[in-house]
Design a binder for this molecule. Structure first.
Ligand SMILES: Nc1ncnc2c1ncn2[C@@H]1O[C@H](COP(=O)(O)OP(=O)(O)O)[C@@H](O)[C@H]1O
Ligand SMILES: [Mg+2]
Length: 461
């Protein structure tokens, strides 16, 4: 009779054919979902509406992996969720069978082979690489030595705008109080070897874009990891009056291409310590999140900036656990609206509210860096209106903001839209009767070099 070791068992799992070797399970209970390369027999089973991954593996490894996955879950690190271990299996012939580790199938997850099979753009590869780097750094931050870092042991997931990597195979892992540099180097060494092999495999199978080189990819992962680790772990102690230094830190992470998913600031008697959680996100993610939380519809970079400020506000008001939408509402009424509302009526035409707020934050950061102390937000807003906004000419700003999106069909009537309409046929001077009729203006720009047209014009003149 098999025994089920679990914290909260799904009793329906008991009905599965445990006395049959996993490789021989009937297909009617299995689900065909993308799966990475594995040493062990791994299957996905459907139980009611749930899908589980089951892996046949020797007992001490099954127990070890199960307990590590529980630890990772507890420490809020992206990994698959351990459900239980089934031990004491006996086959119908009376022979003992290996235990099975059961994990919850990670919904919408994709092994890297499925991602590469679809032919990825360079940009996506960079995001995958960064997601992998973030995962490794997060594991190391909590003291987890992976031991078998590889693409096969990583799952990638797109979910509500996020792009994240999850650990799937913890068999070789070890959890320590904290990792030494030597231990981290060990993981990096394994990562280099495994990833290089995996990228070469993809290349040999014709799956890797020709522009991508396995060696370069591996080096990128390593150098990105080192950059991120430096920014994340550098210890900064500062007093409450120097909180603008958090801002500087977030900027440096952003400049490295990492977004800050969470700001965690702990204050004690000795001072403040800061912990920042990085994350890789999809384009448009911030825009959607800000719209959902505050109703503000902005450009992506503005949204990112405003959300960072919202996270900062959350940390400063000690509301880490509070409901996101409630904090967002407070931020809107206590930070955003007072600043935007302080713009004198005669200056309102110069900048959109979100842009004003963004620029006030910029100005505040600049002034705070200069002064070596954090300036109160409203004081910075006041200085910004005085120093910057007042001297900006209206029209020029409005126009340059719009031309950034492409040439306007009519610069004086933005409602006519932009000139880059793909449907419109390209301009052909030979078909433009009016232009042909009075083209003795030699200064008239033709838009492109047409030798025949120039000859014709020279012949006419
Ligand atoms: N909980 C899960 N959710 C989604 N996929 C999973 C899950 N568990 C395993 N897999 C898939 O099965 C593959 C093999 O699992 P893994 O634990 O790495 O086995 P092995 O120890 O044999 O390497 C993984 O690469 C992954 O694609
Ligand atoms: Mg594996």
């Amino acid at each position: 009779m098999p025994r089920f070791l679990s914290v909260k068992p799904d009793t329906r799992l008991i009905t599965l054919p445990w006395s049959t070797p996993l490789a021989e399970w009937p297909t009617d209970i299995l689900v065909a979902l993308p799966r990475g390369i594995s040493r062990h027999v791994v299957r996905f089973v459907k139980v009611g509406r749930e899908v589980y991954a089951v892996k046949e593996v020797i007992e001490h490894l099954a127990r070890h992996e199960f307990s590590l996955l529980r630890d990772l879950q507890r420490l809020d690190t992206p990994s698959v969720e351990g459900v239980g271990v089934v031990v004491g299996r006996v086959g119908t012939d009376g022979e003992a069978l290996d235990p099975v580790l059961v994990t919850r199938h990670l919904q919408f997850s994709l092994p890297y082979r499925s991602l590469f099979t679809r032919g990825v753009r360079q940009d996506t590869v960079n995001r995958l690489v960064d997601a992998m780097v973030v995962l490794l750094a997060r594991l190391h931050l909590i003291g987890f030595l992976w031991g078998d870092v590889s693409l096969s042991n990583t799952l990638f997931r797109r979910d509500a705008g996020s792009f994240a990597a999850y650990l799937v195979d913890a068999e070789t892992g070890e959890l320590h109080e904290r990792l030494t540099d030597g231990q981290r180097e060990h993981d990096l060494q394994i990562a280099r070897t495994n990833l290089f092999g995996e990228f070469c495999d993809l290349e040999a199978g014709g799956l890797l874009d020709e522009a991508l080189d396995p060696q370069v990819l591996v080096e990128t992962i390593e150098s990105r990891y080192r950059e991120l680790w430096g920014e994340l772990t550098e210890v900064e102690e500062f007093s409450d009056s120097e909180m603008h230094r958090i801002d500087s830190r977030v900027r440096r992470l952003n400049a490295l291409g990492f977004d800050v998913a969470e700001l965690d600031i702990t204050t004690d008697f000795a001072g403040s310590t800061i912990r920042i959680q990085p994350k890789v996100v999809d384009p448009g993610h911030h825009q959607r999140r800000l719209l959902r939380l505050t109703g503000l519809d902005t450009e992506e970079n503005q949204a990112r900036r405003l959300l960072n400020d919202l996270d900062y506000f959350r940390a400063m008001t000690d509301q880490q656990g509070a409901d996101e939408s409630i904090v967002a509402h407070q931020w809107l009424t206590e930070r955003f609206e007072p600043v935007v509302g302080s713009v004198p009526p005669e200056l309102r035409g110069k900048r959109e509210p979100a842009e004003v707020y963004h620029e006030v934050l910029e100005h505040r950061w600049f002034l705070s860096e200069q002064a070596g102390r954090a300036l109160p937000l409203l004081e910075a807003a006041h200085r910004y209106m005085q120093d910057v906004l007042g001297s900006l000419p209206d029209e020029q700003i409005a126009l340059s903001a719009m031309t950034a999106l492409g040439p306007l069909a009519n610069p004086y009537d933005p409602s006519q839209g932009y000139d880059d309409d793909d449907e419109a046929a390209p301009y052909d001077p030979w078909e433009d009767d009016e232009a042909a009729a009075d083209d003795d203006d030699p200064a008239a720009p033709s838009g492109f070099l047409d030798i025949a047209a120039l000859r014709a014009r020279a012949g006419k003149g």
